[in-house]
Design a binder for this molecule. Structure first.
Ligand code: PLP
Length: 386
């Protein structure tokens, strides 16, 4: 794993890691960074042999992010005494003009807490049929909240106000009480598709008319905000609760925020404890979140450009079928003979490029902040030769 350090003097030093960084312990990584800093090195990460496009969850904290984590002021967050967690929660709430925030270990936990607080056992939750809360959270809606789900087949992960209206159960003792609508933006299985904000507003009207709460799984909401040139505050004004992930495109190792009213977050804090998500000196992790909110949002546009460049290369290949429209950092495409999703992934892996087969016909590629333009050009060169 070669790294190139530009020293202040202009001299250049190569350091070779014997193993890929993914196999290194963090302790060794920290030591490595400390040594590099002693040499007054500019930690420019030039050449990572591995191009991991399976997900934006594979990002590793950058040197300045690690530095921010190292120097965080911490306390016991279960007692509400971690200043860095408190700062991150306040920062997230302010960005979305919501009253309060809750730092949690994962996006799954923020979604599941959100659903638990909005519902009662026996209620029904409306969501898209490929939404993360439904297909990728281990049946958590039933397990944690005792609710059933009514799924709606959307357009690349997005549903409409009419569909929500049709999915609401009438007041009838035979029927489950519909109490919550969950949207996902960007929609992961929709290929990173974004809602039009006007469509969300129409769904909100339906929710208000029918006394339903509206939750947003915004694991990649930042990507949507950057692409659609929308603001966080717009979303905060419409949703009753929002889950945002810091560990996807924003590049932190751990963490998500749940945002809502003060009263709602107070209840959510209790549920987080019940779910075992109360962390102690979590400020070390929250510091990464603060760093990410301050430094890693606008650069998401680069990831989106990278995804577009890959799509252009794929369109020229006859072994590529339908490519979902590329709106953000996710690219889902159909693979045809002579390849299958698995054989294509295996072929690319021979060049240290990792992609993810997600069905018997489709592959998913996700660009992120650990994938440089050089890596994308390398991938495009390889695609051109397949
Ligand atoms: C749309 C969406 N929501 C929620 C999550 C869950 O996040 P986590 O992996 O932090 O539990 C993911 C994870 O990839 C996701 O893609």
């Amino acid at each position: 794993m070669p790294f190139l350090f530009r020293k202040a003097s202009g001299a250049v030093a190569f350091i070779i890691y014997l193993k890929p960084i993914s196999h290194l312990s963090y302790a060794f990584h920290f030591k490595f960074i400390a040594r590099a800093k002693k040499w007054n090195a500019d930690l420019t990460y030039i050449c990572n042999m591995l191009t991991d496009l399976r997900s934006d969850t594979f990002t590793k904290p950058s040197a300045p992010m690690l530095e921010a984590m190292f120097s965080a002021a911490v306390g016991d967050d279960v007692f509400g005494e971690d200043p860095t967690v408190n700062k991150l929660e306040a920062m997230g709430a302010e960005m979305f003009t919501m009253e309060a925030g809750l730092f949690c270990p994962s996006g799954t936990m923020t979604n599941q807490i959100a659903i638990k607080v909005h519902t009662q056992p026996g209620d029904e939750v409306i969501c898209e049929n490929l939404s993360h809360v439904y297909i990728y959270e281990g049946g958590g809606i039933a397990f944690n909240s005792g609710c059933q789900v009514k799924t709606v087949k959307g357009n690349r992960g997005r549903i409409t106000a009419e569909q929500v209206t049709d999915a609401i159960n009438p007041t009838d003792i035979h029927k489950a009480k519909t109490s919550l609508v969950c949207l996902e933006n960007t929609a992961n299985r929709g290929g990173g598709s974004c809602y039009d904000f006007a469509d969300i507003q129409l769904i909100k009207e339906v929710c208000l008319q029918n006394n339903l709460k509206l939750h947003l799984d915004g694991a990649r909401l930042w990507n949507a905000l950057v692409t659609k040139k929308e603001t966080a505050a717009q979303y905060g004004n419409v949703f009753d609760s929002i889950s945002i992930c810091l560990s996807k495109g924003l590049g932190t190792p751990v963490g998500s925020l749940l945002l809502g009213s003060r009263e709602y977050i107070q209840k959510a804090r209790r549920v987080r404890k019940v779910f075992g998500g109360g962390m102690r000196q979590a400020g070390y992790l929250a510091a990464a979140g603060i760093y990410a909110l301050e430094n890693n949002i606008t650069r998401l546009a680069v990831d989106h450009e990278h995804a577009q460049l890959i799509a252009v290369a794929l369109r020229k290949k006859n072994w590529v079928g339908e490519i979902m429209p590329v709106e953000t950092n996710i690219l889902i495409f159909e693979v045809k003979v002579p390849y299958s999703p698995k054989s294509l992934a295996d072929k690319l892996a021979e060049s240290s490029i990792l992609v993810m087969p997600i069905s018997s016909t489709q592959v998913r590629i996700v660009t992120h902040l650990d994938v440089s333009t050089d890596m994308i050009e390398n991938l495009i060169g390889i695609i051109n030769n397949l």
